[in-house]
Ligand binder design. Structure first.
Ligand code: IMP
Length: 425
């Protein structure tokens, strides 16, 4: 029995979906604990591509329970669309396989309007209403799933702040606000359909733990987008480090045995904010083209760059990672030399950890190590020993610098394009 948290070790899009999907084989419960449909997992199963934004990827396996914990913010319309699409593809989606926390907050239509109207140039949010929903949660005026499934509570809570919102949206943001009665009608209908799935998920998890079941916590985004520890304010609105799994699922830290960090063999980022190892040249273009680096949620081209050990050390430490999964190693084939940032320099000061002061980033110099690349195509390699020596040296270098073993190596998007060096469950 193992209870394991899987988190992104960079700025998101590390390939968590694929790894979680593989690990799900041995897990009983798969739990989302933060974020919302700003996340997007692209899974390739056989010839089929499935993109999931809210429901844990465990749903693609039989007899697993997928939980959306209280730390997640839920767009009910997106969730139902996902349920309908999965059902149409023959997956078993029912209250036996999907449970939604009654305490999770709802992304309301006005949250999406606000997110769109306010941002999107500066932070480059996904425009899904994530930030405004978490704002209302912290302001204690949010709508929770428990309200959504009780029409009288829903009306009462929407009524309480509708005029204030209307004023803000129409007068400050100068855009059209969702009309109250139409919104209520639509949400009531969505709530009715979701009601059978809504429950106290922390009780479910507790029961499962007591019955000796294995839990897999599926993180969204990455450690450097964490609201406290990421490149604030260019971050998402939730905590993305491993510690958030306990709060967002409703379980204590003594129940967790392992933390797996997922890390690309290079770095990508979508949206604004510092990205010290970014390559704004042909090499960056090459990584984007070879790695298919376009957002699963918004389709935006991802910014690409070399591996950044400063940023990685930061998240490895913050999540107390016990293991690493290195993904997209195949994308680096054909490069003569691989550069890896080991430190940042500001004047004479060498920094090995992420500075909190964002003003420093534009003037940082980077300290790079250079490692020899490899020519071989890795996409069919099944055993670690069959990887080119320079490729193994690159992995060993990462392990040594981060002090964490790479248990899983991914060399392509399909399930069988994976080298397992250590069974984690
Ligand atoms: P938000 O989460 O939509 O508020 O966006 C805040 C920042 O997080 C933006 O830079 C987004 O591009 C980024 N972001 C949010 N979700 C993801 C994700 O799943 N992968 C990568 N970046 C993300």
């Amino acid at each position: 029995m193992a209870n394991m948290i899987v988190v992104g070790a960079q700025w998101g899009d590390e390939g968590k979906g694929k790894v979680v999907d593989l690990l799900t084989e041995k897990a009983d419960l798969i739990i989302r604990f933060q974020g919302g449909n700003n996340a997007g997992h692209t899974l390739v199963i056989g010839e089929n591509k499935v993109i999931l934004h809210l429901i844990p990827s465990g749903i693609l396996h039989r007899d697993k329970v997928c939980i959306i914990g209280s730390g997640v913010v839920i767009d009910p319309e997106i969730l139902l669309t996902e349920i309908d699409e999965l059902t149409a593809k023959g997956h078993h989606v029912s209250p036996e396989t999907v449970a939604i926390s009654d305490r999770a907050h709802v992304i309301m239509p006005y949250h999406k309007v606000i997110d769109h109207a306010r941002d999107t140039e500066r932070i480059g949010t996904t425009g899904r209403g994530i930030g405004p929903a978490y704002e209302d949660k912290a302001r204690r005026i949010g709508i929770r799933m428990i309200d959504l499934i009780h029409p009288e509570l829903l009306r009462q809570k929407i009524d309480a702040h509708y005029d204030e919102r209307l004023e803000y949206i129409t007068k400050v943001l100068k855009v059209k606000a969702p009309q109250k009665e139409a919104m209520l009608e639509q949400l009531t209908m969505l709530g009715e359909r979701l009601k059978p799935f809504v429950t106290d998920t922390s009780l479910l998890i507790d029961k499962a733990v007591k019955a000796g079941k294995s839990l897999l916590f599926e993180g969204a985004q990455g450690g450097n987008l964490d609201m406290d520890y990421g490149t604030y304010p260019f971050v998402t609105s939730s905590n993305t480090v491993a510690g958030a799994a306990c709060v967002g699922a409703g379980i204590g830290p003594t129940m967790i045995n392992k933390v797996l960090g997922i890390c690309k063999a290079y770095t990508t980022r979508v949206g604004g904010g510092p990205f010290p190892t970014e390559l704004s040249d042909e090499l960056g273009e090459r990584l984007r083209a070879f790695g298919g680096e376009y957002g699963a949620t918004t389709g935006r081209p991802r910014r690409c760059g070399w591996l950044d050990l400063v940023a990685l050390r930061h998240t490895t430490r913050l999540s107390s990672m016990t293991h690493l999964a290195i993904t997209k190693l195949d994308v680096l084939s054909g490069l003569e030399t691989l550069k890896v940032a080991t430190a940042y320099k500001a004047g004479d000061t060498v920094m090995e950890s992420m500075p909190a002061d964002l003003e420093m980033f534009p003037n940082l110099e980077l300290v790079y190590d250079e490692l020899p690349g490899w020519e071989e195509n890795l996409s069919q390699v099944k055993n670690y020993a069959d990887l080119p020596p320079n490729c193994r040296a690159y992995i060993a270098y990462m392990e040594e610098k981060l002090g964490v073993k790479a248990a899983i190596i991914s060399v392509g998007s399909k399930r069988d394009q994976t080298i397992i060096r250590e069974e984690l469950f």
